[in-house]
Design a protein around this ligand. Structure first.
Ligand code: HEM
Length: 404
């Protein structure tokens, strides 16, 4: 049942049978189960595969993997220019995320050259060292709040290595990241933190102009698009995107993965005994605990899946729902490290597929390897209940773990 006040906000091109009440920022199906995947899987049982929710400014939602793949690959009808629900037009264009073809590809290629398997493999010793440093900080205490103390801190240190920022400033950067992603931050404060981040990005691009090194910022200064160097504004935009794209996402995925692992002694034992299985554990975690609900804005009217998508309509591809789609993954609610033919699009699909996916997978694998090697048995602290937050990027807070 959709509230009559909400129904009044449904545009004329949406049929009555396509309207379904879903709250992008905190749906009761998710909050009551404290599980993004299970809450979204409920939609597979009760909602049309494609529906229109009048909440959050009104948006279409796609819940099936094959349909999402179609939307996310169709740049003729769907644009990345606006990725906010409710729709907000901003002058702040993040490169390459907010660009459509033909502008998008040349910038994406610039980044792809630095995020391939060979470049990321070269970072592995540094990533492993940081994983161990963070474990060192908590191991003797026998307990920690995983989310902040390990999950959030880890990708910050990796990012600093990648871009060549001095590790002595780790605590300072960590505090800025914490502030930027604080769920209750007001818009004006977020703008201030955003300016602070762009200030740091600008500072290090300037430094690398005169003191080039082997880091990503130095390399980006040498890159070219269409036969010219990147402008200062383009560099700042790319630097800012990298800063925000690779921190919260990795931290939150790790939070869900470790919260789950803490409740599965059998899987802990298996990973400790067979570290080679950790790659599959990471993939199953990405499927079962995928976190991004990915919007698009319609830029050209089109009829698809029986729906009329009109210019300026927002459309959400709920990537966690894709991994829970029983048409592609049998018994999707089961966490199965050995799952055959596993399908997920936690990193999206199509031309904007996450540039950092190899890095993110490597970070996750290394942290699980080092943790299960050094803390083979751990559990959730009795009485502690992590809280889920949903929206564009889902998160768990207050993940209290303990071990003997
Ligand atoms: C588990 C961790 C991560 C997840 C779940 C994730 C998820 C995503 C998703 C869903 C998109 C696609 C957006 C779209 O379709 O419009 C994306 C794009 C992107 N991600 Fe990630 N990401 C993660 C980690 C990272 C890391 C570590 C980096 C780099 C430091 C990174 C850099 C990017 C960039 C640059 C794009 C834009 C690509 C483009 O527009 O062509 N991400 N990510």
């Amino acid at each position: 049942m959709v509230d009559t006040q909400l129904l009044a906000q449904v545009p004329a091109h949406v049929r009555a049978d396509q309207v379904f009440d879903y709250d992008y920022t905190g749906d009761s199906r998710i909050l009551s189960r404290q599980d993004m995947g299970l809450g979204l899987h409920e939609l597979h049982k009760t909602a049309p595969d494609v529906f229109y929710s009048p909440r959050n400014g009104g948006f279409w939602m796609v819940t099936r993997l094959d349909m999402m793949s179609k939307v996310l690959s169709d740049t003729e009808h769907f644009s990345n220019r606006v990725l906010e629900i409710p729709r907000i037009y901003s002058d702040n264009v993040m490169i390459p995320l907010n660009l459509d073809p033909p502008q998008h590809l040349p910038f994406r290629m610039v980044l792809m050259r630095h995020f391939g398997p060979a470049q990321i493999r070269a970072m592995e010793p540094g990533i492993r060292e940081w994983a161990n440093r963070l474990i060192d900080e908590v191991i003797d205490r026998g307990e920690c709040e995983f989310g902040e103390e390990v999950g959030a801190a880890f990708p910050v240190s990796v990012f600093m290595q990648l871009v060549g920022w001095p590790l002595e400033r780790f605590e300072e950067f960590r505090a800025i990241v914490h502030e930027f992603f604080r769920p209750d931050i007001v818009a004006a404060d977020r703008v201030k933190v955003q300016e602070q981040i762009i200030g740091i990005v600008a500072e290090y691009f300037e430094l690398r102009r005169t003191q080039p090194g082997d880091d990503l910022f130095s390399k980006l200064l040498q890159e070219e698009v269409r036969g010219r160097k990147l402008t200062t504004d383009e560099l700042h935009s790319i630097g800012f995107l990298l800063f925000i794209a690779g921190l919260d996402t990795v931290a939150n995925t790790l939070g869900f993965a470790f919260n789950n692992l803490a409740q599965r002694p059998d899987v802990q034992e298996r990973l400790h005994a067979n570290p080679g299985d950790i790659t599959s554990f990471v993939e199953e975690s990405l499927r079962r605990f995928s976190i991004v609900q990915q919007p698009r804005i319609v830029k050209k009217d089109v009829e698809m899946f029986g729906a009329q998508f009109k210019v300026e309509d927002m459309i959400v591809c709920s990537l966690p729902a894709a991994g829970m789609d029983e048409r592609v993954n049998t018994s999707p609610e089961t966490f199965d490290v050995d799952r055959e033919g596993r399908k997920h699009i936690a990193f999206s699909t199509g031309p904007h597929t996450c540039v950092g996916n190899f890095l993110a997978r490597t970070e996750m694998r290394i942290l699980v390897e080092e943790w299960t090697r050094r803390i083979p048995r751990f559990r959730r602290k009795p009485g502690a209940e992590p809280q889920i937050r949903t929206g564009g990027v889902a998160a768990l807070s207050d993940i209290r773990l303990e071990w003997d």
